[in-house]
Write a protein that binds this ligand. Structure first.
Ligand SMILES: [Mg+2]
Length: 239
């Protein structure tokens, strides 16, 4: 596994678009648990972890830290059920979909013996697998670091590295780790570990914004897939 790379993928806006399913499921969760959900209105969710989104929504509705801490575990437990309903083929909302080209990129990476791919996402783990399954991307992944293990995003890269060591026996460090995501939060979260940060301008942020956030490489999309893979794996060292 010398020269092997660990490539850690964000989910929303990077691998797929959930078309609002997460936001709708969070609103239904808060309605069920608290009888109100207006704190989610206007809340920026991209790059956030699910627990912090619920916390910020409750803060916006005037709940104290203690009033947030008490129900939060139950809220987080309730959410995947609502998300499953939103992602069901029979649900009325728009269907989630993988970003164009991403499936081919994952297939190319899966063929590489020197590449381990995993997840690094703000989604709580059950929510992550539900979204990936809805887009038929779940079989590419066996492990990852999830929003319930942070909840601050910058804590997640070390979690992913430790799980990769358990899975593969290889300790990935520094530039052998590639973190891929669509927001400045993704770019920033691994800087303290000296990772390669790849920004994908497939979400809300422009290439310029991702570069300004410190991205070593910026992709404007996953097409053509072979080129995207080369950029992912050949990203030059920062500095
Ligand atoms: Mg994202």
């Amino acid at each position: 596994m010398n020269d092997a790379k660990l490539v850690l993928f964000d989910i929303d806006g990077t691998l797929l678009l959930s078309r609002g399913a997460g936001r709708r499921a969070m609103a239904r969760t808060l309605e069920h648990m608290l009888g109100r959900s207006e704190g989610l209105n206007g809340l920026r969710m991209d790059g956030m972890t699910d627990p912090l989104i619920f916390r910020d929504a409750m803060r916006a509705m005037g709940y104290s830290e203690a009033e947030i801490a008490a129900p939060l575990p139950d809220i987080i437990r309730h959410y995947p059920g609502e998300l499953a309903r939103e992602l069901a083929p029979s649900a009325p909302g728009p269907r989630p979909e993988p970003l164009p080209g991403v499936r081919q990129v994952l297939e190319l990476l899966a063929e590489r013996p020197d590449v381990v791919i995993a997840l690094l996402t703000g989604n709580v783990e059950p929510g992550a697998w539900l979204k990936l399954h809805a887009c038929r991307l779940d079989h590419f992944f066996t492990f990852g670091a999830f929003g319930n293990e942070g909840p601050e995003r910058h804590k997640l890269p070390a979690v992913a590295v430790e799980k990769a060591r358990e899975e593969t026996g290889h300790h990935f460090a520094g530039q052998s780790i590639v973190i891929v995501g669509d927001t400045p939060h993704d770019i920033a979260c691994g800087q303290h570990l000296g990772v390669v940060a790849v920004g994908t301008a497939t979400g809300r942020y422009t290439p310029e914004e991702l570069r300004a956030a410190g991205a070593d490489v910026v992709l404007t999309g996953w097409h053509p897939p072979q080129e995207a893979v080369e950029l992912l794996l050949g990203a030059p060292p920062s500095e």
